[in-house]
Design a protein around this ligand. Structure first.
Ligand code: ACO
Length: 366
């Protein structure tokens, strides 16, 4: 309680790629993609980096540029914490959050990145809220009143563009919110994060750690550095990647078992929404809007049916964006503000699910 969302923004790359464009890459059609996913087009970052998109979304959330939602212009020194969730970081070191700090002049902010796949934004918001709320009651040298929470992804950089099962689904983008501790406001009422084992390895993407150290089991061996990386083999085996490599697929791309993901996602959405509502003693009837991860419109339809609620209660922003992983929830939330759907006092559930498997939700009052 007492952590209000006071700003929200989004950023998208310039290039629009339609389903007809996708049909020039793989054997597919606008009809197949639209019917099975609700997607008509997606954005692909050609010149924009992950941090460029994160920066632009943050500027909106901070009230520095038009668009999105902002209760007031936040000064750079007022931000105490930046958490950036991504699975497609520009660099490993520094954190992408640290790059944002430097670009925006957030001189008082502690910064780190977080990876919880498509649930990244909900995880990051949950962690930020916990840190800001704890700072109000715990003795700490790092007072945290305001946090910038960003979720950004460029799935285009981990997509196998020859695999029609995955490439038609994804799109790039970024979303951000600013939260502020304000005891006079209800703000975030409850949060929930959880994991369950992805026993079928339904969503995997290896990391390209390709440097081979100049050692073998005996010690220094300069020849070793010219061999191929051996430690990949065991993780590839554990995550079921070896088989697709043997079939000639590239290694460092997203692999998905669509039907397993579908089953998990519908179940996860209902579970996470019920958990945050029960925890805050709020009934679904009292909720104005559910902002779900935009994985696939059919998953949203399925979730609505499972929860026995009207589809109109869901913010759906997938048709011209595709699935932009963790960025989809804050981008859809930004749409809801821009469309004037949300008013002071409205209760909103943000809900996400994805690789890991991760799931989570945040219930807050505008
Ligand atoms: N165009 C045309 N045909 C296709 C395409 C495509 N882009 N992709 C797959 N197909 C074919 C398959 O090859 C298969 O052909 P076959 O019968 O000759 O073997 C046929 O369509 C049916 O394939 P299925 O996988 O059974 O299709 P399904 O109805 O399950 O739809 C989909 C596939 C849309 C991926 C579905 O499983 C789904 O919605 N899954 C959820 C996954 C998802 O949304 N992931 C998002 C990323 S993960 C996340 O965000 C949590």
């Amino acid at each position: 309680m007492g952590c209000a969302i006071i700003g929200c923004g989004k950023a998208l790359p310039a290039l629009d790629v339609t389903n007809d464009d996708m049909a020039k890459l793989v054997e597919t059609s606008d009809e197949w993609i639209s019917k099975r996913t609700g997607i008509k087009s997606r954005k692909v970052a050609i010149t924009e980096t992950t941090t460029d998109l994160a920066e632009a979304a943050s500027r909106q959330a901070l009230g520095w540029t038009d668009g999105g939602y902002s209760e007031r212009r936040i000064n750079p020194e007022e931000i105490d914490l930046v958490i950036l969730s991504t699975v497609t970081a520009d660099v490993l070191v520094p954190s992408n959050a640290a790059i944002i700090r430097r670009r925006l002049g957030l001189i008082n902010a502690a910064c780190f990145d977080l990876n919880a796949a498509c649930s990244g934004f909900v995880y990051a918001l949950t962690v930020a809220e916990a840190m800001v709320a704890a700072s109000a009651t715990t003795k700490t040298r790092s007072d945290m009143v305001r946090a910038l929470v960003i979720s950004v992804d460029r799935p285009s950089r981990i997509t196998n563009w020859a695999d029609r099962n995955t490439c038609v689904l994804l799109g790039d983008g970024a979303g951000a919110v600013v939260i502020e501790h304000d005891p006079s406001r209800p703000g975030i009422l409850s949060t929930y994060i959880a994991n369950e084992d992805d026993v079928h390895n339904s969503l995997t993407c290896p990391m390209p750690l390709d440097v081979v150290p100049p050692f073998d089991e005996e010690g220094v061996n300069l020849e070793a550095a010219h061999q191929t990386e051996k430690s990949h083999a065991s993780i590839d085996e554990e995550l079921g990647i070896t088989e697709s490599l043997e079939a000639g697929a590239p290694r460092n791309v997203l692999r998905m078992n669509g039907q397993q993901v579908f089953k998990f996602s519908g179940r996860a959405m209902k579970q996470a929404v019920s958990q945050v509502c029960e925890c805050a003693g709020v009934s679904l009837e009292e909720v104005k809007l559910i902002v779900p991860h935009q994985a696939n419109e059919r998953i949203i339809d399925f979730g609505a049916r499972r929860m026995d609620i009207e589809k109109e209660m869901f913010q759906v922003s997938i048709s011209h964006r595709g699935n932009s992983s963790g960025a989809s929830v804050p981008m859809a939330l930004s749409d809801a503000y821009e469309q004037g759907i949300l008013k002071k006092g409205d209760k909103v559930v943000l809900v996400a699910f994805g690789g890991g498997f991760t799931l989570g939700a945040v219930l807050y009052e505008v």
